[in-house]
Design a binder for this molecule. Sequence first.
Ligand SMILES: Cc1cc2nc3c(=O)[nH]c(=O)nc-3n(C[C@H](O)[C@H](O)[C@H](O)COP(=O)(O)OP(=O)(O)OC[C@H]3O[C@@H](n4cnc5c(N)ncnc54)[C@H](O)[C@@H]3O)c2cc1C
Length: 238
Amino acid sequence: MEKEASTMKVLLLAHTPDPERICCAAAKLTHEPEEKDFVEMMDGMSRGHMERVLGYVLMQQHESVVEHASFTFYVEGVSRALTHQLVRHRVASYSQQSQRYVRLENFSYIVPPKLEGGGRERFEKTMERLAEDYDELLELVPPEDARYLLPNACTTKIVITMNARELRHFFKLRLHKAAQWEIREMAKRMYDLCMDTAPLLFKGVEMYEAEEGTRKTGADVEGTGAGVDNTGSNVEEE
Ligand SMILES: Cc1cc2nc3c(=O)[nH]c(=O)nc-3n(C[C@H](O)[C@H](O)[C@H](O)COP(=O)(O)OP(=O)(O)OC[C@H]3O[C@@H](n4cnc5c(N)ncnc54)[C@H](O)[C@@H]3O)c2cc1C
């Protein structure tokens, strides 16, 4: 049976309200005189002030202050290969579609773009055959056993919650060219959503130079203090 190509979808479902203000106030609290009213101080901060304070604390790598903001994403149309890499990031919460309980008849799958250069037809034939075998096996055993036939390419859905500190770390590793194309694409979409929402919390995170698909490292971004990249480009992928 012909399948539709699966496309990645990344949504920002929710985040801490006014995340930059909360984190900035938390940072200021660490140095504020005793007599100041916290809420008054928090409500009174201008954007320029928050930019300076957060810029300074992040430059100092005082990153625990951005743990007070969390972000929840919904992702679909990504492979199990991607989510295997994703869930290695432990300081996060995940809820993923189960292959034990969900019957994935005629499953959809991700085709690596490099297969366009050759091998796509064979790859798709294998997927079709696996899908048929999986569907047949479902007549005999529960999905939790039939799933042993499912490939890494099989698509999945996942809800991810990370705080901004973990997201900064995740972006540094997974926007990097050493990371695989699929997780890089997802990380880029998550990064763009975070930058639209709370750019002050993500200052200094390594970023793409759009045209070339390369990025500056945190160390290249003047005054960010984001630190050096710790993924060698020759690192073997999971
Ligand atoms: C390009 C690339 C290639 C990779 N290739 C492989 C591979 O071939 N094989 C493989 O197994 N993995 C591989 N990985 C996964 C990698 O080793 C990490 O498991 C993954 O990137 C999660 O990173 P993390 O542990 O820093 O993140 P998190 O688990 O989110 O942790 C965040 C930070 O918290 C701290 N932390 C968390 N848990 C602990 C702990 N138990 N003890 C001490 N500190 C902790 C660390 O400072 C850590 O950096 C690869 C990753 C990348 C980016």
